[in-house]
Structures are given as C-alpha cells and as structure tokens.
Design a protein around this ligand. Structure first.
Ligand SMILES: Nc1ncnc2c1ncn2[C@@H]1O[C@H](COP(=O)(O)OP(=O)(O)OP(=O)(O)O)[C@@H](O)[C@H]1O
Length: 226
C-alpha cells in the first residue's frame, strides 16, 4: 500500500441551519498519498472549505475518522491534535495572511522558531526556500512591498518551512491573474514533487486542476472522481 499522508473515512458534517440541519458532508472518503497532488474542484457551497478544515484538523467532523500521516486524529486530545497539525500539515489560503510588520524572510522563519528550531537553522531554511521559489532578492521586503504572486510564494514557503507531510491549499491562486497563477502553481508543483509532500488543492481553475495527478469533486456530500 502506498504511503497515505491523509485518509478521510466516512466523514459527515452537519451544521444547524435555522430549525433544520444542513448535511454538508455525508460520508466523504478520500486518500491522498505522499508525493501526490490532488485537485478539489466543486461548485461554491458544496463543502470544499469544510473538507479542508476537517482534513487540516481545524474543525472536528460530526462523525468519521481523519488519519494524518498514519495517526488517527479522531482519538486524540486537543493538545495532541494541535501538535499533530503543527508537525505535519501546512496551509495556504487564497489571501496570503502574511504578518504585515515582518519581512518575507521573517514570515518564513517564524513557524520554525515557534517549532523550536534555532535561529540560524530557521534563517538558512528560509533562505533556501526563498531562493528555490526565486524570490531571494525579496527577502527583506514586507508583504505590502511584494507583488501578489510574490506574496503567495512567500505564503507557500511559510507553509512548508517546517517540512510538513501534507499541504492543504484553499484557492491558492484565486486572487492572481492567469499568468501569475500559472507560475505560482509551478512553484507549488515543483515543491511537492521535490519533497514528496502530499497536496490537496481546492481550486476553481480548471487549467491548473488538469495539471495535478488527480481531480476530485464533491457531489451530494461525497468525494467522487471528476
Ligand atoms: N460554521 C458553519 N455553520 C453553518 N453553516 C456552515 C458553516 N460552515 C459552512 N457552512 C455551510 O456549509 C456549506 C459548505 O460551505 P463551504 O465553505 O465548505 O463551501 P465551499 O465549497 O468551500 O464554497 P466556496 O467555493 O464558495 O468557498 C455552505 O452552505 C455553508 O453556508
């Protein structure tokens, strides 16, 4: 069996809606293997963000199991689940969420320092990431001094700085023009292939989805091949 970085088993998610209940996920199953890049393409409101939040251990499903790197998160206490998330999962969002008062390099160093890495190692790793993503010359710039594509590349670098095994991305190129989206995606793709990371990428961009290893969608609360 291939190494599963993420396994979602029988995930149900219900939300209260007025007097009723909205059943967003109804037994969703998904496996993403190491080194695999999976596109999640589905109409608005079908539950993509919900699925990513659950896969990222940011939200507890109503029922079902979330297995990350072989660890069943459903059975963990909050602290252990947070530790598992910090150690194994990186996130990239549509808007970069970089800290505005810090430089690109510092934004990439911070999660490493929080994880307990010494300053010089965090610095070296940030330099490598910046250079790999071809933004080494922007290391000292603050987010507001970077272009949208550069900001997203810094956000990607920050997400993978702690060498996670799973990368979850919610519309990572959603606010970029097509050309910039293309090269940010190339950076992401190269990183996934080079590091053996598993990636689940929600996107409305069908061109980019077609370039991933596999494309799934959400249909009536279930994950199905697209
Ligand atoms: N915390 C919540 N409480 C109640 N309803 C919620 C909650 N979170 C999401 N929903 C509802 O669940 C459904 C799925 O939402 P979700 O954000 O996962 O969709 P999505 O596919 O990511 O949409 P989009 O592409 O527009 O971001 C929507 O109808 C939404 O209103």
């Amino acid at each position: 069996m291939a190494d599963a970085a993420l396994e979602l088993r029988s995930i149900r998610q219900d939300y209260g809606q007025g007097d009723g209940v909205l059943h967003v996920l109804k037994g969703a199953e998904l496996t993403v293997n190491a080194g695999e890049m999976v596109a999640l393409v589905a109409p608005s409101g079908t539950g993509k963000s919900t699925l990513l939040q659950i896969a990222g251990l940011l939200e507890q499903p109503t029922s079902g199991d979330v297995i990350v790197g072989g660890h069943d998160a459903s059975s963990l206490e909050d602290d252990d689940r947070t530790a598992l998330r910090r150690n194994t999962i990186g996130f990239v969002y549509q808007f970069h969420h970089l800290l505005p008062e810090f430089s690109a390099r510092e934004n990439i160093m911070l999660p490493q320092l929080i994880a307990g890495l010494p300053q010089n190692e965090a610095y070296e790793r940030a330099e490598q990431m910046l250079s790999y993503l071809k933004i080494g010359h922007r290391a000292e710039h603050r987010p507001a001094e970077l272009s949208g594509g550069e900001q997203q590349r810094v956000a990607i670098a920050r997400a993978v700085a702690n060498a996670p095994s799973l990368l979850l991305a919610d519309e990572p190129t959603g606010n970029l023009d097509p050309e910039t989206a293309g090269y940010v995606f190339e950076a992401l793709e190269a990183l996934v292939k080079q590091s053996g990371l598993a990636a689940l990428v929600a996107t409305h961009n069908l061109d980019l989805a077609a370039r991933m290893d596999r494309c799934v969608t959400l249909q009536d609360g279930l994950v199905v091949d697209r």
